[in-house]
Ligand binder design. Structure first.
Ligand code: SF4
Length: 333
């Protein structure tokens, strides 16, 4: 019988699932992702995780709890750094330990340390340590990873250049309409901004994308902006941004604002997220300076859908009113 590795659908799942899935499959290991977030998963996460954690971390705990009886291993890398001289949020770093101490009856957790801050040597070590659970052959492990790595970057490049719809590689199925406009006519373009696990988890963000779609709004996300532009625009900050997710959020926003490629920005943030309080402010100031309307939606486990609906409706109504009555009139007065 094949070994089964569970990958919880939360946190860096939305960035790297395809890479790890391909890697494990190349080693003849079955990958079991948890399903999309639902009420049970959220409730389990809230009950098992410490109160002080942000919503995405709680949701992640719920996904681990779902998987724990269904697999031989659960894969939770310890992400310290994914880019030279940059860091991840400390919550990513502590994730495997938090989970271990919060949830009972877990199978073995595979938690390689990913730390590319100084060099990519630790990535090789992480890959080897992970692969050794399933084979003794280092050669086989590296080959499995290299093949997965090359395929992954081809997919990411194609997605960000809009050559393939995002759902073609199985991750962002609800957002496929963004790339291929087809015959649909869009009234406006909105940048839906935030951490990938808030943007692509449509349960915790209360299906904002489909709400926007119903109002004939084209949704753009940071992942649709190419890495080179993101890095270039983020480098314009007076001080280097040392969070990699921050580089992506700010760089993509600046690129789209300066290119006047969006009519408005909706930023979604988890309550209590320290990074977002800085990132959101940087984006809001630049949007304001360029007369691009900006709104912030904060989510936690108590957030009600009615409140989110009202805010989105009001934001879109304001944009519509602005288009019809006050050509390019600043919404900031
Ligand atoms: S960046 Fe913010 S939302 Fe993400 S894990 Fe850290 S505190 Fe939570």
């Amino acid at each position: 019988m094949k070994n089964k590795v569970g990958i919880p659908r939360g946190m860096f799942y939305y960035d790297y699932y395809l890479l790890w899935k391909e890697f494990f499959n190349n080693l003849d290991v079955e990958v079991v992702p948890s399903p999309k977030t639902n009420k049970d998963i959220l409730n389990k996460g809230v009950h098992t995780c410490v109160d002080e954690a942000c919503l995405p971390v709680k949701v992640f705990h719920g996904h681990v709890d779902y998987l724990k009886d269904k697999v031989n291993y659960i894969f939770i890398p310890k992400f310290i750094s994914i880019y030279p001289k940059e860091y991840c949020c400390p919550k990513h770093l502590g994730l495997p330990d938090m989970v271990r101490h919060s949830i009972e009856g877990l199978p073995e957790i595979i938690d390689p340390e990913i730390n590319l801050r100084k060099s990519d040597k630790t990535l090789k070590k992480a890959v080897l340590n992970t692969g050794k659970y399933f084979t003794k052959s280092s050669k086989k492990i590296y080959r499995a990873f290299n093949e997965a790595y090359n395929q992954f970057f081809k997919d990411v490049d194609l997605m960000s250049r809009g050559v393939v719809p995002i759902n073609a590689v199985g991750l962002y199925d609800d957002l496929s309409f963004n790339i291929k406009e087809g015959n649909e006519t869009f009234k406006r373009k909105i940048l839906f901004l935030g951490h990938s696990y808030n943007i692509y988890d449509d349960y915790i963000n209360m299906n904002i994308v489909s709400k926007l779609k119903k109002r004939k709004t084209k949704v753009i996300t940071a992942e649709m902006v190419d890495e080179e532009s993101i890095r270039y625009y983020a480098s314009k900050l007076p001080k280097r941004m040392f969070w990699t997710h921050g580089q992506r959020i700010v760089g993509a926003a600046y690129a789209l604002i300066e290119g006047r490629a969006v009519d408005g920005i909706i930023y979604i943030s988890a309550f209590g997220c320290g990074l977002d309080s800085v990132l959101m402010d940087l984006v809001e100031r630049t949007a304001k300076g360029n007369k691009i309307p900006f709104t912030l939606l904060t989510i936690d486990e108590q957030t009600g859908e009615a409140g989110i609906n009202t805010r989105i409706e009001a934001f879109l109504d304001m944009l519509e009113w602005r288009d019809n009555n006050e050509d390019n009139f600043s919404t900031y007065g």
